[in-house]
Design a protein around this ligand. Sequence first.
Ligand code: UDP
Ligand code: MN
Length: 281
Amino acid sequence: MFKIRVLIRLCIIYFILFFLISLWYLSKLETNETKSRLIHRLAVIVPYRNRSNELEIFLPHMNSFLNSQSVDHIFMIVNQVDKHRFNRAALINIGFIESRTFVDYIVMHDIDLLPLNHKGLPYIYPKYGPIHLASPEYHPIYHYPSYVGGILIITCKDFERVNGMSPLYWGWGREDDNFYVRIKRTGMKIYRPSNLSTNNTNTFQHIHDNSMHKRDYAKYGKQKEEGRKIYPELGFNTTKYEIINKEMKKTNQGIEYIMLDVKIECDYNLTPWCDHPTNIF
Ligand code: UDP
Ligand code: MN
């Protein structure tokens, strides 16, 4: 009889211990990166026009990079098919609007900037604030401290909080600098990789062919001075566009991606510089 009582007590102690250890283990999982990778989903949003060679390199590279980090992801290539000048910010806003219902974080990703350092560049859910992976310390060509272009990871919530990007930028540049100010004025901190074993020559590969793809630096009328203003009320909520085609495509290697053909609407009163002026002689 005495033995049975001891046995029952031992069993109870065993079950309590088992319960407590399980609780501890679960709470550990909660804070663990693996858990975060299992429950989060990333949209890789690529602003795009006329970069088919780069796309062929980008998709397999990124797919294996993200798979090696067990990041659940979809590719959303936002292809500008109107006749206006390229508008990177508006395309990212559109990518966000079109993917926000099935992902909880996005990475705005230039097509020609390939991450090389697997360990140092995690595409994790940025729960503490935006993560600028293409840090000026490691970017091949841009080294100014407020640079946030190239590759930036942000939660859908935070992107919404800053009202996305300003859609006023047509042609090359400054939309990312505007985005830096938007983030800073909300008090968010920007995180960047540090103490990497690589440097600005081998953390990324910039497959930008300057002879094929000239940057559209032209500035017309008030474009330059307007580019310095923030206009926080303008953002993804004021980006007007039409979807011309939305297709789930597959590369030869079987990698799936969404190709979204869009026409961005230009408000000529606000930004007459969305087209190059035609010279009439
Ligand atoms: N881009 C594009 N077509 C263009 C211009 C730009 O697809 O005509 C996209 C592409 O994803 C590219 C990004 O916008 O990587 C940034 O443009 P770019 O490479 O010219 O800027 P950089 O960072 O090299 O100055
Ligand atoms: Mn480039």
